[in-house]
Ligand binder design. Sequence first.
Ligand code: ZN
Length: 232
Amino acid sequence: MNGNMEELYDKDVHCPVCSEKFSTKKLRRSVVRVQSTDADFCVHYKSENPYFYSLWVCKKCGYTEFENRFENITKKNAEIIKKEIMPKWVSRDYGGRRDVAQAMQIYKLALYQAELLEKEFSHKAVLCLMIAWLYRYESDNASEIKFMKSALELYSKAYSAEEFPIGGMDSAKLSYLIGELNRRCGNLKESIKWFGKAIDDPNMKKSIHIKKKAREQWHLAAEEYKAIRPSE
Ligand SMILES: [Zn+2]
């Protein structure tokens, strides 16, 4: 049992908004161990959870963004963070080991800022989906569904408004995800429609695993639909 101290290491970050230098933890990829993956791509980990560390938070100004986008903020958006976030920010350091409660706070900060900066639908969608997953870890079903419904609405808008790949997904994979989110939110007719769309999508040829999963989930949604409409 020598793992804990070595799983995480410190990364020095320079904030592009306020120029503060701060330190944040990163998780070594080599120590990540997957337990299982849900049909909506939520991963359950045996090891420390990488989702907890994918957002960086400046302790001085509160600017919060995914690691891979952190440095790419525009001047205009940096000004908005300075004006709208920094004055209200009570200095908090998220640079240590994070638990699920802290991860939740950070994802909600990021969502608030994404709304403030009018980020694209897909960006807000992934934040809502990951908040829903954090609630799943906590077995808080009502909150999970609330955020999943927001994610679903945002991904549906992204599907028709944004260019693929969307959040790393092609049209087949996103159709599948929208199908699965509809199923989990109880919109079974919509779910069946989107799984059908996913299966028929020419991009599906590239993803044998997703195609198989789409067929399984399509059947599941159809069974669930039959169960609630026995007379039809
Ligand atoms: Zn800052």
